[in-house]
Design a protein around this ligand. Structure first.
Ligand code: CO
Length: 460
């Protein structure tokens, strides 16, 4: 019997996409044992923005969160999202940091690490994949899906083959913008199924409304696992609903191992949380709706709202059409990078600068300069040579792997933190988000001493 499996995203991507990862561990802890018994392929619960949000906004130790989820969910695979050599941030980290981060993630409870690179440059995935395999965990090699004149089936199949030969145990097609149509999904999954022997996972967002139809065609083409979110935290910028897809595939004769009764109880659990976040304004009803703008402009919805915000702040919203025309030109000059963080911001900011200055590349951002130097990896297509010459002059772009040029990062961080770091996990928190981690350590120390701080108000 044909079978489809489900990864539940409510703890990570749905939480991140709908309410900026503000759901706390104590809030969802009571439902963990049900999630563990519902029959999911995996629970996506860590990585992405969870780490940053825990330290910055929630006063939670992200590692402690992971250990608590692990304890409450002994039967289901726990999954995280990792940006290859960038880990959870936007810059490249030295190899020793990447290795220790992966090792500690697995030690604290992660089973599956979905590893991606914004440029689909496999060299940026190598160390993270290698360490994941050494730790005995499951490495899911990821293809960032995008649409451009140079991204075709052949290029994706080639990428999947490279990931397979690196030893990954599954291939994930990651459509971060929700722009992958049903036919594209069908063709891509069919081609992957024909050319690689690994299970295929499909990740999309409901932003443009295509999500459920795209997953239907992906599964028809042979996708083994799909990402969905429990219904009251589904749709809009989040994933398609778990219960709906489970119902639909079961009706069409697929084997679905999810427990319908438990899914209902899980959804009932999250309903008051959704109500709370709607009421306090954390959940904006707009993000739960459908926005088809991304289909017209071929740029992700999040990037579009950033452009609007940037122009509004400068009182230049009348330039939006020009910026939208300039965006694909900048993307072409940069060799068609997928518009995912940090490339979406880089392209958007540069397009805006080009329009507002009235001259293309009069001002070039620091990030574009680093990108042209090769510090983010290899551009998918050809860079605009004139632009490279203008920005770099005689300086030669870097051909190798940028991280190889970096000094080890663990020893100096250990030395700097001294006794303030209780363990290697603390050192990694500090390396990932220095200011937030230090503030967190201080608060933790204050709590331990049972002391409190206060401001002195002078009364004259
Ligand atoms: Co996503």
């Amino acid at each position: 019997m044909k079978k489809v499996e489900f990864t539940e995203t409510v703890l990570r991507d749905a939480n991140q996409s709908l309410i900026a990862t503000r759901m706390t561990e104590p809030e969802f802890e009571p439902v963990l044992s049900k999630l563990d018994k519902a029959g999911y392929y995996s629970l996506e619960c860590w990585g992405g923005a969870t780490f940053d949000a825990c330290l910055r906004y929630l006063d939670e130790d992200p590692w402690e969160r992971l250990r608590k989820i692990r304890k409450a969910c002994p039967n289901t695979k726990l999954q995280m999202l990792l940006r290859g050599q960038n880990l959870l941030g936007y810059k490249h980290y030295p190899n020793d940091v990447v290795r220790l981060f992966v090792r500690k993630s697995v030690e604290n409870g992660i089973d599956i690490i979905r590893i991606f690179d914004a440029l689909n440059d496999v060299r940026n995935l190598k160390v993270a994949v290698d360490e994941t395999l050494k730790c005995g965990a499951h490495a899911s090699g990821t293809i960032c899906f995008t649409v451009s004149p140079i991204h075709d089936l052949e290029s994706y199949v080639k990428l999947a083959g490279e990931l397979e030969s690196m030893g990954v145990q599954s291939i994930c097609v990651k459509d971060m913008a929700g722009i992958m149509g049903p036919q594209e999904a069908y063709d891509l999954v069919s081609a992957l199924k024909k050319n690689v022997k690994l299970p295929i996972v499909v990740h999309t967002h409901s932003t443009t409304g295509l999500g459920p139809i795209t997953l239907q065609k992906a599964v028809e083409a042979g996708a083994d696992v799909i990402d969905t979110s429990i219904s009251c935290f589904s749709n809009g910028t989040s994933q398609p609903p778990t219960e709906t897809l489970a119902y639909s595939f079961a009706q069409q004769g697929w084997q679905v191992d999810l427990d319908t009764k438990l899914l209902k109880e899980i959804n009932d659990f999250f309903k008051p949380l959704r109500a709370k976040y709607l009421e306090n304004g954390t959940l904006n009803p707009l993000v739960m709706g459908t926005s088809t703008d991304a289909l017209n402009y071929q740029i992700p919805g999040g990037m579009l709202s950033n452009l609007v915000a940037q122009l509004t702040a400068q009182n230049k919203l009348d330039k939006l059409d020009e910026v939208l025309e300039e965006t694909p030109r900048v993307r072409k000059d940069l060799g068609y990078p997928p518009l995912v963080t940090p490339m979406s911001q880089m392209v958007g900011v540069q397009a805006t600068a080009n329009v507002l200055a009235g001259e293309r590349y009069k001002n070039v951002s620091k990030e574009v300069k680093s990108y042209l130097k090769g510090e983010y990896g290899r551009a998918p297509g050809k860079l605009n040579e004139e632009l490279v010459k203008k920005v770099l002059g005689d300086e030669k772009p870097y051909e190798g792997v940028y991280a190889e040029t970096l000094e080890p990062g663990i020893p100096p961080a250990r030395e700097y933190l001294g006794s303030r770091a209780a363990c290697d996990e603390d050192v990694l928190s500090y390396i990932a988000f220095p200011a937030q981690a230090e503030a967190f350590f201080d608060r933790r120390e204050a709590k331990k001493k049972n002391t409190f701080s206060y401001k002195i108000t002078k009364i004259d």
